[in-house]
Design a protein around this ligand. Structure first.
Ligand code: 5RP
Length: 227
């Protein structure tokens, strides 16, 4: 069952708590979304105060925010991150995640999985016993129909993600489309992840299994750190 107690203050507490982790000289994977943005802003303040870190953004949005708050940037061409700090749409009790609410999960998975330490920041509304949210699947534009058929064969119900403020679909930073795929309760996230990864035309899906090192959940008056 979903928890209550979300809100901007809980997200801010989680983000600021994770921003305590990077040390001087570290390279930090900069996640996407409103919770990760709190960590990026806090890191920006620390850079301002003299902390020597560089960031690897996971999206256009996080790159723009990092530039705005003054975090020097690098890329996976140069180095892997020491720490990645990223949000999630759902966090299961075993640490499996669903990501991609911001359609950035392909680059997020690239950066988060390359990091020595992957830290998730969330508010309590994201926590659940077992994953059950729709799984975002980024697909090549030409693969939308065959991937949707494959998702149905795997027991899912795909919906093309529509852009909120204009007619037409969401287009990712990589020029692709997103299918939000409802599977109900996901009893075997690893198996489903393998099935989706093996489907031609799938660029990346939002199931993050066995990747998380630490979860920081902001509460009404503090932060719970697990794993
Ligand atoms: C973007 C993501 C985000 O991390 C996820 O959607 C959580 O966002 P928020 O912190 O705004 O709730 O996966 O692709």
């Amino acid at each position: 069952m979903k928890q209550t107690g979300g809100g901007e203050d809980a997200k801010r507490r989680a983000g600021e708590s994770a921003a305590d982790i990077p040390e001087g000289g570290d390279v930090v994977g900069l996640g996407t979304g409103s919770t990760a943005a709190h960590a990026v802003r806090e890191l920006g303040e620390r850079v301002d105060a003299g902390l020597d870190v560089r960031g690897i953004p996971t999206s256009f949005q996080s790159r723009e925010l990092a530039r705005e708050v003054g975090i020097p940037l690098t890329s996976l061409d140069e180095t892997d991150p020491d720490v990645a700090i990223d949000g999630a749409d759902e966090v299961a009790a075993d640490g499996a995640l669903i990501k991609g609410g911001g359609a950035a999960h392909a680059r997020e998975k690239l950066v988060d999985s390359a990091a020595e330490r992957f830290v998730v920041v969330a508010d309590p509304t994201k926590e659940s016993e077992q994953l059950s949210q729709p799984v975002p699947v980024e697909v090549l534009p030409d693969a939308r129909v065959p991937v949707a058929d494959a998702v149905r064969s795997a027991g899912g119900d795909p919906t093309l993600r529509a852009a909120e403020r204009k007619d037409g679909p969401v287009v990712t930073d990589n020029g692709n489309l997103v299918l939000d795929c409802e599977f109900g309760m996901i009893g075997d996230p690893s198996g489903l992840a393998r099935t989706l990864s093996a489907t031609p035309g799938v660029v990346e899906h939002g199931l993050f299994v066995d990747l998380v090192d630490e979860v920081h959940v902001g509460t009404d008056d503090g932060v719970d750190v697990t794993r």
